[in-house]
Design a protein around this ligand. Sequence first.
Ligand code: SF4
Length: 343
Amino acid sequence: MPITSIEELSKLIELSDSEKDWKEGKMGSLPLLISDHIASMLSIPAIRRQFVPSYPENTDETGDLDPQEECLHEKTRRLVHRYHNRAAFLVTDRCFSYCRHCFRRRFTGSLQGPASDEEITEAARYAGNHREIGEVLLTGGDMFTLSDERIGFLLDTFKKICPDVILRLCTRAVAVYPERFTEDLFAIIRKNQKGAPYYLMTQFNHPAELTADAIAAVKGFIDLGIPAMNQTVLLSGVNDDADTLIELSNRLLYNRIKPYYLFQGDLVKGTQHLRVPIEKGLEIERKMRLELSGLGMPQYTIDLPDGGGKVILTENHLIEKKGRDYVFTTPEGGTRIYPDPIS
Ligand code: SF4
């Protein structure tokens, strides 16, 4: 049975004063929910910090509940069209475990439940009628909290109405509830593999999350020919050191999961204690870039507040331009000049 309260949690682990003092319903109001799979891993500090709430969540006045201004860009119920070439459909507010760093806490765990038939159909029609939309993110919450039957309806509806739109299957469930990924579920996905491809978008934040069961769940998608991409959130006390993230990237790659983004924590109310200073993030990114291949290197990215959009964060190697010559620093600290062609 999943854990849903501090009282249940205190029977499993000895809570710190800060964890005992957390109160549900204050600020960001993300509920407490921890799957059996994650509960069995709470002795690992990096796992505990991601899923066990603590008092700073209740007192953080910084940030916003909707830093990406998704509400302003909602075009049909639950369909957010913020970037011209892609949209996000919030399939459900539910997850198998709630991550304390969740950037969508205005919606996640808000008891709104899964999207209705009408909402799914309306969203697919919107995507089909807007030819500039090439991709729809099926997200939430976690779409795999839906029953097999509802997932079948969701995929079938999008495939019938907008077959040329790539669907990103966004899920943290492979990490927090891998037993969800059964043969029956894969049979439904296989049945709906037509038209544009699917992409699996995972969220692994620490190497310990790559359990044998989690890897097997992702393999189920990859074996269907669905590419897997990972998004990691940079989190204080979880993965804010280069060695941890290098190990994570190498293990992801080895398991055919492309490290895609390393996200700077969004400016979300209740999460300040989990955010990492950008200067430290840039130093981590610099060290990762020295150790990882291009294939293994995720893009360190910030989603700017007030709906400003995504910006890549990286060390600047272009230091000046002299006439036709661009002056660069090398990763090892040297200098090189690259001239523009003579016109
Ligand atoms: S699984 Fe995703 S949507 Fe759910 S709580 Fe974690 S980050 Fe938020």
